[in-house]
Design a protein around this ligand. Structure first.
Ligand code: 23J
Ligand code: MN
Length: 254
């Protein structure tokens, strides 16, 4: 593996947004608590507060920026064994990823749904999704910024996501490890109107599977063959965590 990296046969791709106070966070109905944005406060910058060093104190939600969702994030996963970020076995943080390109559909329809037929069409082209893989829904949503990212309207956010049937299919028929999106949640902006509400959160986490959200640059991944590295911070009883998401992909020299 080290030789393949050195020769350029394998390249490292960064799928992470920069943590920045301006990066949007999910907005829930006002009766619920809200997700904190990223904040950074300077402690010193080679000055009288610390002449030889610069550093910051930072704060944010577990669900700010590019982040991992653990099973205990959702009520359906509250009793899942090893369901908090500090309890998940580390081998779960490295594994294969399949990328379903929904970018054309999402460009036409901001409420585009990943359905079972879309997954079956992908498999007809690329082969069956192997057990224990991550599945990513590419929408190119990570190219949006500011208000267009959440895309809030009178009736809430509008962004693409999976149907309950699609999530159930991926978990029950394909035994996936987790599901990742370029949008602010693993669920569609209008995901509260499905049965169950927020089906990706409900079904994934109730079955001990993981989520990744606010991913970037999924257009840089092949449909199959990439190796994902996504290790959340080891927060005791943490429900999720911002993280650096990296993928190893076949390189130019490969
Ligand atoms: C809390 C409540 C609803 C949702 C979410 C969080 C997320 O999407 C998240 O970041 O996990 S939909
Ligand atoms: Mn989350």
């Amino acid at each position: 593996m080290a030789l393949a990296l050195a020769s350029g046969a394998v390249e490292v791709v960064d799928l992470t947004h920069t943590l920045d106070p301006d990066f949007p966070v999910i907005i829930l109905p006002p009766e619920f608590g809200q997700c904190a944005r990223f904040r950074m406060e300077e402690v010193s910058a080679y000055d009288h507060r610390g002449p030889g060093w610069k550093w910051h104190n930072i704060s944010m939600s577990e669900h700010t920026g590019t982040h991992f969702d653990a099973p205990v994030h959702w009520i359906s996963g509250r009793d899942v064994a090893n369901g908090a970020v500090d309890e998940i076995p580390v081998d779960r943080f490295v594994g294969p990823v399949c990328v379903i390109d929904c970018s054309a559909g999402a460009a036409e329809d901001e409420d585009y749904e990943l359905t079972v037929p879309v997954i079956e069409a992908w498999e007809a082209e690329h082969g069956r999704i192997p057990a224990d893989a991550w599945v990513f829904m590419r929408t190119d949503w990570s190219r949006r910024s500011g208000a267009a990212y959440l895309n809030m309207r009178e009736d809430g956010a509008h962004s693409p996501g999976p149907t309950p049937e699609a999530v159930r299919f991926l978990v029950e028929q394909r035994d996936i490890r987790g599901f990742g999106t370029e949008t602010v949640g693993t669920d569609a902006g209008q995901g509260m109107h499905y049965n169950p509400p927020y089906p990706a959160h409900y079904i994934l986490h109730g079955n001990g599977r993981y989520g990744l959200q606010c991913l970037a640059h999924l257009d840089r991944l092949p449909a199959t063959g990439a190796l994902l590295m996504a290790a959340p911070l080891k927060i005791r009883n943490g429900t999720g965590s911002p993280l650096r998401v990296l993928a190893l992909v076949p390189g130019e020299a490969g």
